[in-house]
Design a protein around this ligand. Structure first.
Ligand code: SAH
Length: 390
């Protein structure tokens, strides 16, 4: 097996459990095909185990936390996936939808598998994983024998960093055009072949349920509603009136079908750019008792952080202008690069400028099926805050 050596003084992060080796940390980059297995050693020869190599990516090796392997096999994947599944069975035994494999945090760097009942949606975000899709499918069928279909949902910007194409196809069995699954008392329609991400935004599901419980009797504005998630939970818990906003017409079609499916009549959906819509609402003097903000990631890399902060500031400022005293602001960010303290500071600054006092009722991050490795801050991305506006 080929070996790569870290430059002197560059082994501390990997020793503490980080799974990435950056290309500028290696003494030299051997001419090996992307996706090969290599062993990583410190400058003095200590082994950090083997990993997937990609000389064309800034993340040059993704370690697998194993020392013995010569080549990655179906058994290797089956063992890791079985561990991941056992954890989910413990964490969310009653749920039909969850993240079965969360990449690095499940020691399967670059692999995401979401479970939707008997169907699985996969993303492979590194060449090493992508080349081994057939082995992964085989392992998933072994470990989750009830699987009826596996779809590859490889539309992700992260794949471009590995020079991988955008791709979607059925890898095993068949995928129904639509699927209906339950999320905390709500029936939700899923179109795995059409939907964004792997189909749903599973990472906010506990926050949707929590927010819904608070919404009884309130007038609720759900911004970036996608298939209606937060809006529908609010309506189910007896919100007086709910309006969901999104710029995607197909997401809103799905949201309307979900409202019908659950016989929720007090919820409406409207296609608009959230920023323009909020500005119009402010100038027309509208008021909402609860405003929910769940935007896409504004900072895709570190250099986008200043612009992202301006975006979050504007969004939260507009929302606060619509919320009377006694109302609620529900706000989140899924940009890893905007850290929690920074996001909180942005919101505090806007509130203070408007002379509004916020009381933090709940702060959250990813659910436990999207675990966070302490040694890899990159595995933490979600920030969620529920504020009462005094
Ligand atoms: N709240 C949703 C997930 C939101 S994902 C849930 O709980 O399921 C982000 C959504 O924002 C996507 O549906 C996307 O179509 C929408 N979006 C992105 N930019 C937008 C904009 N400027 N205005 C309105 N919607 C936008």
């Amino acid at each position: 097996m080929h070996e790569v050596y870290l430059r002197p003084g560059h082994d501390e992060r990997v020793r503490s459990g980080h799974l990435w080796v950056f290309s500028n940390e290696l003494q030299d980059l051997p001419r090996l095909p992307a996706g090969s297995i290599v062993r990583v050693r410190s400058a003095t020869g200590e082994s950090f185990g083997v990993g997937f190599y990609n000389p064309h990516s800034l993340i040059c090796v993704r370690l697998l936390r194993t020392d013995e392997l010569e080549e990655v096999t179906v058994d290797f994947f089956a063992e890791r996936i079985a561990q991941a599944l056992a954890l989910r069975r413990r964490l969310c035994p009653q749920e039909m939808m969850y993240r079965l494999v969360h990449g690095e945090a499940d020691l399967l760097p670059g692999l995401v598998v979401d479970r939707y009942g008997d169907y699985l949606a996969i993303q492979t975000l590194s060449v090493g994983m992508d080349l081994r899709l057939p082995l992964i499918v085989e392992a998933l069928r072994q470990v989750v024998p009830e699987t009826k279909g596996i779809v590859e949902k490889n539309h992700s910007r992260l794949r471009e960093l590995e020079q991988l194409p955008q791709r979607q196809r059925i890898l095993y069995g068949s995928i129904p055009e639509r699927l209906i699954l339950e999320e905390f008392g709500l029936q939700l329609e899923l179109r795995l072949l059409e939907g964004q991400k792997t189909g749903a935004y599973l990472d906010q599901r506990y926050h949707r349920a929590l927010t819904g419980r608070l919404a009884q009797g309130l007038r609720v504005l759900d911004c970036f509603t996608y298939c209606g998630g937060f809006a529908l939970h609010a309506a189910r818990h007896g919100a007086q009136e709910v309006l969901g906003i999104d710029s995607s017409a197909s997401a809103l079609d799905c949201a309307r079908r979900n409202a019908e499916l659950n016989r929720l009549e007090q919820v409406r959906f409207h296609e608009a750019d959230v920023f323009s819509f909020l500005r119009e609402q402010v100038s027309s003097g509208a008021q909402w008792d609860m405003v929910i903000l769940d935007p896409p990631a504004f900072a895709k890399s570190r250099r986008h952080v200043p612009a992202a902060k301006r975006g979050y500031a504007e969004l939260n400022r507009l929302a606060l202008l619509l919320i009377p005293s006694g109302g609620y602001l529900v706000t989140s960010s899924c940009s890893h690069h905007v850290f929690e303290a920074v996001f909180l500071e942005v919101i505090f600054t806007e509130a203070a400028r408007l002379g509004r006092q916020l009381r933090l009722l709940y702060r959250g991050t990813q659910p436990p099926d999207h675990p966070i490795l302490l040694s890899m801050p990159e595995t933490q991305y979600l920030k969620f805050f529920l504020f009462a506006v005094l």
